[in-house]
Design a binder for this molecule. Sequence first.
Ligand code: FAD
Length: 639
Amino acid sequence: MPEVERHKYDVVVIGAGGAGLRAVIEAREHGLSVAVVCKSLFGKAHTVMAEGGCAASMGNANEKDNWQTHFRDTMRGGKFLNNWRMAELHAQEAPDRVWELETYGALFDRTPDGRISQRNFGGHTYPRLAHVGDRTGLELIRTMQQKIVSLQQEDFAATGDYEARIKVFAECTVSDLIKDGDRISGAFGYWRESGNFILFETPAVVLATGGIGKSYKVTSNSWEYTGDGHALALRAGATLINMEFLQFHPTGMVWPPSVKGILVTEGVRGDGGVLKNTEGKRFMFDYIPAVFKGQYAETEEEADQWLRDNDSARRTPDLLPRDEVARAINEEVKAGRGTPHGGVYLDIASRLPREEILKRLPSMHHQFKELADVDITSEPMEVGPTCHYVMGGIEVDPDTGAAVVPGLFAAGECSGGMHGSNRLGGNSLSDLLVFGRRAGLGASSYVEQLAERPRVTEDDIAEATKTALAPFDPPAEGAAENPYTLHSDMQQTMNDLVGIIRKEHELAEAIEKLGVLRERYDHVTVEGKRPFNPGWHLALDLRNMLLVSECVAQAALIRTESRGGHTRDDHPKMDADWRNKLLVCRVDPEDDAQTVPGVTVTPADQLPMRDELLALFELSELEKYYTAAELVKHPAQVA
Ligand code: FAD
């Protein structure tokens, strides 16, 4: 058996984006030893790419804002399918998490009177996104890394070893979790450069691995978003929820083809940019759905007035939640009013002076100039939907981040529940901070209460090693499969058949095709040796992407309604009976010895919202989403 490097930690955090780093800080502050493992370079996570900002009801731009309004907006955005306890904690704790970042050294943009500036974003009643130009995620990561360095310096002062309590394992991919009985006992992986194997013995793992976008052909996500955390959790016996809900961000670049899918921040619309079709029409006024009627401006004049003063008018429908805007763009293109490259126009040039655009949106200016030779200060951008974010993820306890497997915790994009069927922009960065901290706390309390540590056996290591090496040693019979071809076939399947608008027969076809891809995966073959071998890395990532894609397709077939990030052409309406149901994905027990096992998807009831939270909404609004039976306890009925 190849040699395996071994380490022991109290907590292992997999992922060094915002959620992972915040969990590391919390576990270390509780005196535990923590390893943080990331498959990319330290600092290169999706969090670093976040542009628009971090939502928190600090009330700096409009003092009427408060956690209750943020909670209401989040539930509306998620079409009331959110785990309400997560939405409650998130809305209540986000301001403290942003202020805390300042104590770590963050430098947010300021209002003229020196408070943290907050910008408008889709679905948020008030300007709420704390930001640093359009590079907010970079500041978040920079600050948390700085905090980690300062903690390491404290550890050096106390022990003479900077890495006594926090050690970073960068460019190191975890490929399997290990259990002792039903509890987590370790994580197994490999160094990307050398291909050497590594084992972490630990009673607690926090998964913070981000999303699944690389299962799709057109995506704003980068190479490391391959659903690893989702798949690691599933294979370890945890459950995933909400997997049918994927966010197609309305504004990705559409041209040139090599950059198709790259994100155009919602901050462009937050700062006054408008969507237009080829007839020059601001078409979003035609797409205000019934559930939001009365909440959005109905004329251009009113929408523009709202930008000047959001108390004196209703907000622009350009900033409807993302699912609504993405569907509207899709409709316009289908109706023949799209641009030559299959998108619509996003115009900031005619709305703000050049200097203001350069100040507020420097990255967007650079991105379009360099990649598309478009100057956004004088020309409109061409944009269209791109697979951006997965609302679905590991089912966790809202307060502690604990998954159903003892010792397993999750936070950030790889966890599920918080955003329901659709996430509001800016709510991810705040989610990472709130639930990253809570998962770090949850893991620490779990470890502190353990009577004895679980063990990793030699058999466990041998099995994980064998699985990782399988692509070098495919079965003798059957044609060898190239991982790049398999990946491309899978991305095309997901794009064409499980995309923004879904149909029963196409979903059934997708599931059949994914079944064939799973069989082909057994023959996946890589050339060369283990030292830096991207084909091998992709082969191992594919094992995760295939499993997670299966969950998305199966859940999408079962949910016979349209809600948030799940649009069924054959079931175009929301159905109140479905609002109450979560679709829970598990590895099929009959199949769990397979490299890519099958999954089962079963409906489960949501916990009803606490009465005082229900009372935060008008009865007339809830009636658009809830069944009559669920609303009997609303104060307006009881009175
Ligand atoms: P990430 O930040 O992606 O970190 C994942 C980590 O897991 C990485 O370190 C990765 O290397 C590691 N990893 C993955 N698999 C493994 C493995 N098997 N082994 C070891 N390590 C692994 N949200 C907002 O709220 N506001 C915004 O303005 C905003 N803008 C965005 C712009 C873009 C272009 C994109 C793509 C997203 C944006 N989002 C925004 C969404 C938000 O950035 C992400 O949802 C969020 O950063 C996810 O954070 P995370 O900590 O969960 O994961």
